[in-house]
Design a protein around this ligand. Structure first.
Ligand SMILES: *Cc1c(COP(=O)(O)O)cnc(C)c1O
Length: 368
């Protein structure tokens, strides 16, 4: 048997006919930039998230950047985020001229350690970006409370958390604004790059709509120093077709996660991901921990099982951030996790047999 890490082809095939039909119409109309499909998807995605505004942009990174810009966060400002996120979270902060301040993760759930947050706040802090890593919501109530106390904005990085819930509320509605990515491998993925901002703040929404389109509410009238960061019409069409299936796909991911948990919970030496009582996890990734991670990875590769490490190097140890002077030991939990984490295959069309094959291979490694 062969188990890919992610079977994107199977997922694309499910919607291919509908997409081709819709793309034919778009090509006939040649309505390629901020066409009707974009407005339609924005409305649908806002409704799905139970929020007032969704604005389609070019990527998840841009969604974060545009939120920061619209909040007037830039040079001289500090923004707090997690040390163990994908690099984009920190890059967004750096790219607007602000200074990323990192906080370690909690050992129990890979999410930003709320206990450490307050210590990271200085008079220059303007915002916190909690990351709903791997598909599980960060503990938002204490984060928002702390932010309110210090007059800070809260920006959710929801790039891995489409449809995830926190205390029954959708990720994307828990702070002042949220950034989503529609990179193909995300729980809701386009046929290329894409992203969205969600917010209940009409002024912020208006500013981001303007920023993404050359700062121009009206053609050739430029009120802001904008950029070109629009969600493509052809991608909006794909997302519109896929969105009605997202919940079903997330349910499939959860049932795969449960099957993994059943099969692997008694394996000594292996730590399984934990779902917090306040969260409904959407398992963008299924991340286990093992001290003998590298040997386990090698064995799974030999058995034709696709695995990955998200992420092998925490942000503070990335070469691109050498100028910050961060060093090994600064965020010990993130560093320890980076050496132990392994993402097992998880995707909506994964069969029980495939899950069982992975379970058997992983279990076998620890009992050999
Ligand atoms: C994917 C991702 C992003 C960036 O999204 P892109 O669409 O690739 O720019 C940001 N943050 C997290 C946590 C991600 O997983």
């Amino acid at each position: 048997m062969k188990v890919p890490f992610l079977d994107l082809q199977a997922l694309s095939a499910e919607v291919a006919d509908d997409v081709i039909e819709r793309w034919k119409i778009i090509i006939e109309q040649s309505d390629f930039v901020l066409g009707g499909e974009v407005a339609r998807f924005e409305e649908e995605f806002a409704a799905y998230c139970n929020c007032k505004h969704a604005i389609g942009v070019a990527s998840g990174l841009d969604a974060l950047k545009l939120i920061l810009r619209a909040m007037d966060i830039g040079t001289g400002d500090e923004v707090i985020t997690a040390a163990n996120s994908f690099i984009a979270t920190a890059l967004a902060i750096t790219s607007v001229g602000a200074d990323p301040v990192l906080v370690d993760m909690a050992d129990k759930d890979f999410l930003i350690n709320v206990q450490d947050l307050e210590n990271a706040i200085t008079p220059n802090t303007k915002a916190i970006i909690p990351v709903h890593l791997y598909g599980q919501a960060a503990d938002m109530d204490p984060i928002v409370e702390l932010a309110r106390k210090h007059g800070l904005k809260v920006i959710e990085d929801a790039a891995q958390a489409h449809g995830a819930l926190y205390k029954g509320h959708k990720c994307g509605t828990l702070g002042d604004a949220a950034a989503f990515s529609f990179y193909p491998g995300k729980n809701l993925g386009a046929f290329g790059d894409g992203g969205a901002v969600t917010t209940n703040d009409p002024e912020l929404a208006e500013k981001i709509m303007s920023f993404r389109n050359y700062g121009s509410p009206r053609r050739y009238h430029h009120e802001l120093l904008g950029e070109n960061s629009r969600l493509d019409t052809v991608q909006a069409a794909v997302l519109s077709i896929k969105l009605p299936r997202l919940d079903e796909w997330n349910v499939a991911r959860r049932s795969i996660a449960s099957r993994y948990a059943e099969g692997l919970e008694s394996v000594a030496g292996l730590r399984l991901p934990v779902t917090n009582a306040n969260a409904e996890h959407v398992h963008h990734l299924y991340v286990v921990r093992a001290e003998k991670r590298d040997e386990l990875l090698t064995l799974l590769q030999e058995r034709d099982i696709g695995c990955n490490i998200h992420y092998p190097i925490p942000i503070h140890l990335q070469e691109a951030y050498a100028f910050k002077g961060w060093k090994a030991g600064d965020f010990p939990e993130a560093e320890k996790a980076a050496g132990e984490i392994l993402s097992l295959p998880i995707f909506p069309t994964m069969t029980d047999d495939q899950v069982d094959y992975v379970v058997e291979a992983v279990g076998g490694f620890f009992t050999q």
